[in-house]
Write a protein that binds this ligand. Structure first.
Ligand SMILES: NC(=O)C1=CN([C@@H]2O[C@H](COP(=O)(O)OP(=O)(O)OC[C@H]3O[C@@H](n4cnc5c(N)ncnc54)[C@H](OP(=O)(O)O)[C@@H]3O)[C@@H](O)[C@H]2O)C=CC1
Ligand SMILES: O=C([O-])CC(=O)C(=O)O
Length: 274
């Protein structure tokens, strides 16, 4: 093994975590998985059972100490619990639960800690396409950013907005608009469904100015995200029809792939895309 191979610690052994670990195990990424952590010991054990090169199961503190880069793929709460310690320890941080950064104060504290400790925060594109174009477009003026998300009732179950408003997801027979608002409001309503809206906000005009619509569609077999951006550059739209993860129908397969692609970008000499 190369001496300077990037050492990775991963927090969250669910749908995304398992895919990332498998990619490292299969040497798709030039990195070493040194440790994992999840509040479910059973999830950690199950994940380790699927790998040839088994990392250790460590506490978050030990994991941070041992890793060069910590990948959070757990929850917005986990970003708040562990993120700052990662950066204050001088380690790089990859965040999948980007919704945590709807709290702009938290994002500012993370950026200051990263700058002070000379480390990086990576937010992969997740389950959407178009972040590259939005980043380029944002160098000039942007008029409007909108994301329209459509999921099967299975993918929206348990969201606070659904529970609070007593919405019976089984009662819909056709595609129906459930929610319309800013990315700030959307992530509070659907914390495990619309992290991508917050990523768009960070890449573009801020979460308050990013418009979100969430549809439920009992006929939907994919998690669909349609993004439209207008500004000085012109306009673009893009639509992703995502295969849901077998282990977690809320989460699209592409989200894990984007984390793996980001790891490759960090580890490899060639950088392509904005
Ligand atoms: N940026 C993007 O495009 C996308 C982001 N996401 C986000 O990525 C994250 C991971 O997604 P996914 O893999 O599908 O989720 P899963 O629910 O499949 O797995 C997450 C795992 O992390 C554990 N976990 C949650 N919070 C903590 C914590 N505070 N400390 C330790 N362990 C914790 C969970 O335990 P338990 O089951 O007990 O909660 C679970 O075992 C989620 O926050 C999700 O919303 C998902 C899709 C796209
Ligand atoms: O995976 C998806 O389709 C998007 C998602 O859940 C999120 O952004 O939280």
């Amino acid at each position: 093994m190369k001496q300077n191979m990037m050492k990775i610690g991963l927090i969250g052994c669910g749908a995304i975590g398992a895919r990332i670990c498998s990619a490292i195990d299969n040497k798709l990424v030039d990195a070493q998985l040194v440790a994992v952590y999840d509040r479910s010991a059973e999830r950690c054990e199950r994940l380790l059972g699927s790998l040839n090169n088994r990392p250790e199961i460590l506490s978050p503190g030990e994991l941070i100490f041992r890793a060069d880069l910590v990948i959070e793929c757990a929850s917005t709460a986990a970003v708040r619990e562990y993120g700052l310690s990662v950066l204050e320890s001088g380690k790089d941080l990859m965040v999948l639960s980007a919704g945590a950064f709807a709290d702009s104060g938290l994002l500012e504290r993370f950026i200051s800690a990263a700058a002070a400790n000379r480390c990086k925060i990576y937010i992969p594109s997740g389950a959407i396409a178009g972040i590259d174009g939005l980043k380029s477009a944002s160098i000039a003026h942007i008029d409007r950013v909108m994301i329209t998300t459509t999921k099967n009732p299975e993918g929206l179950k348990g969201a606070p907005y659904i529970v609070k408003n007593n919405i019976d997801l089984e009662s819909f027979h056709e595609k129906t608009l459930l929610f319309e608002g800013s990315a700030d409001d959307a992530i509070a309503a659907f914390p495990a469904n619309i992290n991508v809206a917050v990523s768009l906000g960070i890449a573009g005009t801020g979460t308050k100015n990013t418009q979100v619509r969430v549809f439920v569609d009992p006929q939907a077999t994919s998690n669909i995200h349609e993004i439209s951006v207008e500004g000085d550059f012109g306009r673009f739209t893009c639509r992703v029809e995502n295969v849901p993860s077998p282990d977690n129908p809320r989460t699209s397969f592409l989200a894990a792939l984007s984390a793996i692609a980001t790891l490759k970008k960090i580890a490899e000499p060639l950088q392509i895309g904005t």
